[in-house]
Unconditional design. Structure first.
Ligand SMILES: Cc1cc2nc3c(=O)[nH]c(=O)nc-3n(C[C@H](O)[C@H](O)[C@H](O)COP(=O)(O)O)c2cc1C
Length: 330
């Protein structure tokens, strides 16, 4: 690390922004980042207890989420005129991803902290219609330093999503990991802190109770072989029925952690731009987690051997405003 040391004032200013930086998105809302205020700068690490070793064994979503977090920190710091630079410095043994260090000038960005606040994942219905060309052009421009964006009508993805959901709900370890991050009742002790709430998932009280019951280990074990995965998968079938758009972020096939961090930053810029237009995003990562549907998607997009899809999400104008997601406070 060659950057100059962070003085106490700069460090205090960064510390004051922690809650706003924490509005970054992460898979299952695990918020895997761990921040340490050190002499060299703000060290950004990850917490292995907040990684998803079963559903994300390669760390694809972990490093995308950390990249999204780092981009958010830069935007939030720039919003208060604070100069900050990013030094990506992945060290798997130390579980460190990067340093934020003082800089002469604020990060050059077209986004503001209000955009960070306004961005939402939305899992409910969207108004019908495809994204206009200017949105696609903007999204492409915002990711081009790290990868590319492909546009797919959602209907094309519907059969892949059904297969991926069935695959996911048929795997006891995947289902157990998902269950750990579900907060389906407001009385859950971590309801306001992290994970996926009934509200975030757009579930009614009855649906949330049904999902909670179905995923209870004994019930799940008893019914897994007699159609429970198909029944659970059916719940998302309607999502991709109408006319709508999905975007796929494509990166290098051999993307390592630093590439995924760059792709996560690009993804965040893209989601901020969509959010600023009142559009919500709904990632469908199970399509990439399931090897069969990942291959189908690659064929559908005619990806070259050197390319790989790293994120898939539907995009649209939500019919009802998505709820604000939970964040941990400590
Ligand atoms: C890399 C990554 C993968 C994600 N995958 C999914 C997914 O497969 N399904 C889903 O519903 N949300 C997914 N999300 C969205 C998160 O669940 C969401 O960001 C988190 O719950 C916080 O909510 P917010 O985005 O509204 O702030 C993903 C987010 C990231 C950054």
């Amino acid at each position: 690390m060659t950057a100059r040391s962070a003085g106490p004032e700069w460090t205090a200013a960064m510390r004051a922004l922690a809650a706003r930086c924490g509005r970054a998105p992460s898979a299952h809302n695990t918020q895997p980042w761990q921040v340490r205020y050190e002499d060299a700068g703000v060290g950004v690490y990850w917490d292995p207890a907040r990684a998803l070793p079963v559903s994300d064994p390669t760390g694809r979503d972990l490093f995308l989420g950390l990249g999204a977090y780092l981009e958010t920190c830069l935007v939030v710091a720039a919003g208060v005129g604070l100069g900050a630079d990013l030094v990506v410095d992945v060290d798997r043994a130390a579980r460190r991803v990067a340093w934020l260090v003082p800089a002469e000038a604020p990060y050059a960005t077209g986004f503001a902290p209000d955009d960070v606040e306004a961005r939402r994942s939305g899992r409910g219905p969207y108004a019908p219609g495809l994204l206009p060309d200017d949105v696609l052009t903007e999204a492409g421009g915002l990711v081009e330093d790290a990868g590319g964006i492909r546009h797919v009508p959602v209907r094309t993805l519907a059969p892949l999503l059904t297969r991926a959901d069935r695959w996911m709900f048929a795997a006891p370890e995947l289902t157990a990991e998902l269950r750990d991050w579900l907060r389906l009742r407001p009385s859950h002790p971590r309801y306001t802190q992290d994970g996926l709430t009934d509200q975030a998932l757009g579930l009614s009280r009855a649906e949330a109770a049904g999902l909670g019951a179905a995923l209870r280990p004994r019930v799940y074990g008893a019914f897994r072989r007699v159609g429970l995965p198909a029944a659970l998968a059916a719940s998302s079938r309607g999502l991709l029925r109408g006319e709508g758009s999905a975007l796929v972020l494509v990166g290098p096939a051999d993307a390592g952690p630093a590439d995924l961090v760059a792709l996560g930053r690009a993804l965040m810029r893209c989601w901020l731009a969509l959010g600023a237009r009142g559009l919500a995003t709904h990632p469908l990562s199970q399509i990439l987690d399931c090897p069969a549907t990942e291959a189908e998607l690659a064929a559908l997009l005619d990806l070259a051997a050197h390319e790989r899809a790293v994120a898939v999400f539907r995009v649209g104008r939500p019919v009802a405003a998505p709820p604000r997601s939970a964040r941990r406070t400590g």
